[in-house]
Structures are given as structure tokens and as C-alpha cells.
Ligand binder design. Structure first.
Ligand code: NI
Length: 133
């Protein structure tokens, strides 16, 4: 594994003990794996803060299809951003609620702009955007 380098890092004894216990509880087999995942998470968080970063995301939303025009409006919005939307999934949750999951790819500012537009549409009950990359 030539891309791996070893470094000595100083830790607070008590914090390291707590970190190891939490990591073990989560299923990590060793401390290095847990720390590497933390670093990856930190780098993705950093990327998320830059509006120009290229990322992928999922937008999950729930709406009431009885609400006047909601499906028409959501379809209209989505057709205006074909380059951002890679895939969509629609699930009929019950007699009134629908769930949609949109897989998005593009600049952070464009993904969040589209997510804000969709989530603020009338009839959308709630939703959440998750960015990754
Ligand atoms: Ni439905």
C-alpha cells in the first residue's frame, strides 16, 4: 500500500479512550479506519461549503398529491433542470402521500438552489437534501 503513510499524532488520553470506545461501538475494527473515515467526512464537509464544488446529492421529499397542482409544479421545476437530475424515484406511500427521491449532480450552488425551489413549493410537506462527493 504505497499510498499509505504512517504519522505519529498526539492525543488527549481521555479523549482517545472515549473515541476508541465509540468507534468500537460503531463497528470499527481499528482506530486507523475510524480516523480515516473522520478525515474523509471532514473533506466532504469542506467541499459542501464551497458553492462551486462539483458534488452529487439526493433530495428526498414528501408531498400530498391531493394538493392542487403540486405534481404539475414539481414536474415543471424538474423539467427546467434536466442537467442536474440524474435519476428520480417515486413511491406512493399511502392514499395521499407520495415520496420522491431525486439523484442530483452538479455544482453545490445549483443543487442547493434546485432543492430550495422544490422544498419551498406549495404542497411539499417536508424533505431533506444530502450532499456527497
Ligand atoms: Ni404517488
Amino acid at each position: 500500500m504505497e499510498n499509505i503513510i504512517r504519522k505519529g499524532i498526539a492525543f488527549d488520553k481521555k479523549q482517545l479512550k472515549e473515541f476508541d470506545a465509540a468507534s468500537t461501538k460503531k463497528g470499527y475494527k481499528n482506530r486507523s479506519d475510524a480516523i480515516r473515515d473522520l478525515i474523509r467526512k471532514s473533506l466532504v464537509d469542506e467541499k459542501r461549503e464551497n458553492p462551486e464544488s462539483a458534488m452529487m446529492g439526493t433530495l428526498t421529499l414528501v408531498y400530498d398529491h391531493h394538493e392542487h397542482n403540486v405534481q404539475h409544479n414539481l414536474t415543471h421545476i424538474q423539467h427546467h433542470h434536466p442537467g442536474l437530475i440524474r435519476s428520480t424515484l417515486h413511491v406512493h406511500m399511502n392514499e395521499s402521500k407520495c415520496m420522491e427521491v431525486l439523484v442530483l449532480e452538479g455544482k453545490v450552488k445549483n443543487i442547493t438552489g434546485l432543492a430550495d425551489e422544490i422544498l419551498s413549493s406549495q404542497g411539499v410537506l417536508h424533505g431533506k437534501l444530502v450532499l456527497t462527493g
